[in-house]
Design a binder for this molecule. Sequence first.
Ligand code: MN
Length: 230
Amino acid sequence: MSYVFPPVTATVPVAGSDALFPVHRIYCVGRNYVDHAIEMGHTGREAPFFFMKPADAVLPVAEGKTGEMPYPSMTKDLHHEIELVVAIGKSGKDISVEDAASYIWGYAVGLDMTRRDLQGEAKKQGRPWDTGKGFDYSAPISSLYPVAQTKLITEGNIHLDVNGEQRQDSDIRKLIWNVAETISYLSKFYELQAGDLIFTGTPEGVAAVKTGDLLEGRISGLGSLKVQLV
Ligand code: MN
């Protein structure tokens, strides 16, 4: 047996080591901060819901580097969404809220980049969000920080500047569904696997970016994520 061509595995670097975290799936939580749900025209009171991006949509950017994200085709309204990313370290389904923390391998700073015009049209027509959310390079992500070092993250500032000016600023404790509840709920639909990433949702302040813009995201207790649109 042999491969007809070499298999490709998407990876994210681990902070402070040579290790790479192989990405299995990317799950994303929709509308998980009240003030973002309201800016998108909703009340902020709904059960969690999920969408996915392909694993190879990650654009890993090591600490201290600036990643280059090509401005995507077929959109005139590319939006930033700064998010806490949770990396899963072992498989499990029907995980209880109480057990959820033991499935966390680590955390990263992520951007759920969104073709808002395509997503908006898909919502209007009742169509899937894939072209709006799951395109190439749509998931820039910092190095991963092992939970063994960071300890559990349940609060802390989450922040995004564009060209040095503040766009998003909130706190992880404002998540409607916290990380443990999200892992538990998601694991009712899918058997989670080591290598899964969960983008936990964005706070208010989402807006458009253009070619040349420099995005710099930070989350307390983690590093930063710098991405330039090219
Ligand atoms: Mn998002």
